[in-house]
Design a protein around this ligand. Structure first.
Ligand code: UDP
Ligand code: MG
Length: 325
């Protein structure tokens, strides 16, 4: 499924998700071409049409016909930005893979700088939109909160996880399966397996044409995905260890209050009728068992998760300049 960098002369794969960006596609192509012309960098531009209903696909097709470096994947329907990026990563043949937004909020002119940073020995270089051109209340503010949370919970400290413009050594992406809003957590997941991660300020512009495909609802999805990532980072193999530990503590606490209750009944003649200690004991013992059961369920789930990693999160309708079908 993955490309083959060793046999490939291609140095760089740029991956761009496209969802109803017909006005942005031509300038995107022009600016990528201009940014890399004369740099000597050998590249492919992978454009993933995520179920656009406007003329985007026709434009992608035309570009691919006149320029063999343009590769196109067309989804059957809209599967989301992360799925589109995952599809692009899957066919990327470059030594370095650079994802980017299709609305020119990211600047293709920053790509050579990211590559230079990779050449310093980093595996992941993450763009930092230091001067972010989005509205404050519904975009930048939720991001500030999300970035703080992600930084704390993953232990990988970046200023701006959500920036699409990043550069990855391709090996880094090989073991990573993306879904939901997960693309922003790749640096954290990669760092867990030893990748060296750097952050670099990049330019950021207002959307060239059209409107954003997202509202504030994305924030809740990001936070929920963060919990999943935290779980994957910490307990992916052994949820039973996490819940089981608390289950055992809870049961021990139940034994303690149970012994106390028994002692008070036997030696102090305490009534058991509506006795709060008795209720607490029952609650702790029962709760402890629940925790352990939850851990076991989590364990089974984690295994299923790992075993089902090959499951596709998108369906491809057609491919252009990418070999068969
Ligand atoms: N996108 C996509 N599928 C979607 C939503 C967005 O492929 O379901 C693409 C979109 O075409 C753009 C990129 O993802 O290239 C970022 O989307 P957008 O600019 O709307 O997000 P924002 O910049 O507002 O975060
Ligand atoms: Mg945008």
């Amino acid at each position: 499924m993955r490309g083959n960098a060793e046999n490939s002369p291609t140095g760089l794969s740029i991956v761009v998700p496209i969802y109803n960006e017909e006005e942005n596609v031509p300038p995107l192509y022009d600016r990528v071409t201009a940014a890399l012309a004369g740099t000597g960098i050998d590249y492919e531009l992978i454009l993933v049409d995520d179920g656009s209903s406007d003329g985007s696909f026709m434009l992608l097709k035309q570009l691919a016909e006149k320029d063999q470096r343009v590769k196109v994947i067309r989804f059957r329907r809209n599967f989301g930005q992360t799925a589109a990026m995952a599809a692009g990563f899957g066919v990327a043949r470059g030594r370095v893979v650079v994802p980017m937004d299709g609305d020119l909020q990211n600047d293709p002119a920053d790509i050579p700088m990211l590559l230079a940073k990779i050449d310093e020995g980093y595996d992941v270089v993450s763009g930092w939109r230091k001067d972010r051109q989005d509205t404050f209340i519904n975009r930048r503010l939720p991001s500030i909160i999300a970035n703080g949370l992600i930084s704390r919970m993953t232990g990988v400290h970046l200023h701006d996880y959500g920036c699409t413009l990043k550069a990855y050594r391709r090996e880094v992406l090989d073991g990573v399966n993306l879904y939901g809003e997960m693309h922003r957590f790749v640096p954290a997941l990669a760092s867990q397996v030893g990748a060296r991660v750097a952050e670099l300020p990049v330019r950021h512009h207002p959307r060239l044409h059209g409107t954003s495909k997202y509202g504030i609802s994305r924030t809740t999805r990001v936070v929920l995905d963060l919990m999943t990532v935290k779980f994957l980072l910490s307990y992916s193999t052994k949820p039973i260890q996490l819940f089981g530990k608390w289950g055992i503590y809870t049961i021990l606490a139940g034994f303690a209050t149970g012994s106390l209750t028994l002692w008070m009944k036997l030696f102090e003649g305490m009534s058991m009728n509506r006795n709060p200690l008795l209720i607490l004991t029952a609650f702790l013992l029962f709760g402890g068992v629940q925790f352990i059961a939850l851990g076991l369920l989590g364990e089974v789930n984690a295994r299923t998760y790992h075993e089902s990693q090959g499951k596709p999160i998108y369906v491809v309708r057609e491919k252009i300049n990418l070999g068969e079908g």
